[in-house]
Design a protein around this ligand. Structure first.
Ligand code: GRF
Length: 205
């Protein structure tokens, strides 16, 4: 399963994925492209370090979504890289139909809470201020709504006495760095198994 990673910022999750891949622990999943909507994003610097093409692609004039033309451009560029699967790792824009329909059921997102609790922005802070005792992170399939697609994996994080927002953020991010590569590896295995069974000749009687 060849996949592209899309991110807008630091790229610590992309780094976790790429480190697992370099260490030979990503199974049948192969990263082939990094894309960012921000030309200065640190995530783009990972391309050179890991030997993968990394590109800024303009998202168009909007702040929180991409223009239709930009969604087409993203889809075309990702397809041309050979990827048929997309991992959103800190990509700070809502994805709409044009892009979703280019990779039906094949776009996943990482969210820093146990969905369906605390969707949207500042989820770790929301959980901390709410006083919940357990939060965590979620990987889900991307659908037209916000942070609401089918859940593929979760890791729980306990909020202990004495935790601060900063210490909680560190724990949630550490959980994300374990969860996302693990889910990608699993999905690639399922993908390979599905392709193999589709290629099996049907037994006649
Ligand atoms: C992560 O916390 C992810 O859950 C959220 O954005 C953050 C991205 O961090 N969607 P990084 O860019 O991978 O360091």
């Amino acid at each position: 399963m060849k996949f592209a990673i899309l991110g807008s910022g630091t790229g610590s999750n992309a780094e976790a994925i790429l480190s697992e891949w370099k260490a030979g622990r990503l199974g049948r999943a192969v990263p082939v492209l990094i894309v960012s909507d921000r030309p200065e994003a640190r995530i783009l610097t990972l391309g050179e370090r890991f030997g993968i093409p990394a590109r800024f692609l303009s998202p168009g004039p909007f702040k929180t979504k991409m223009s239709d033309d930009a969604e087409d451009d993203y889809a075309r560029t990702i397809r041309e890289s050979g990827a048929d699967f997309v991992v959103l790792a800190g990509f700070m824009r809502v994805i709409h139909d044009r892009f979703l329909s280019a990779f039906p059921g094949r776009i996943i997102n990482l969210h820093p809470s146990l969905l369906p609790s605390f969707p949207g922005l500042h989820s770790i802070e929301q959980a901390f201020r709410h006083g919940v005792k357990i939060t965590g992170c979620t990987v889900h399939s991307v659908t037209p709504g916000l942070d609401c697609g089918p859940i593929l994996g979760q890791e729980a994080v306990r909020i202990e006495e004495g935790d601060t927002l900063e210490s909680l953020e560190a724990k949630v991010h550490a959980a994300e760095h374990r969860l996302l590569p693990a889910v990608i590896r699993l999905l690639a295995e399922k993908d390979a198994a599905a392709q193999q069974s589709a290629a099996q000749p049907v037994q006649g009687s």
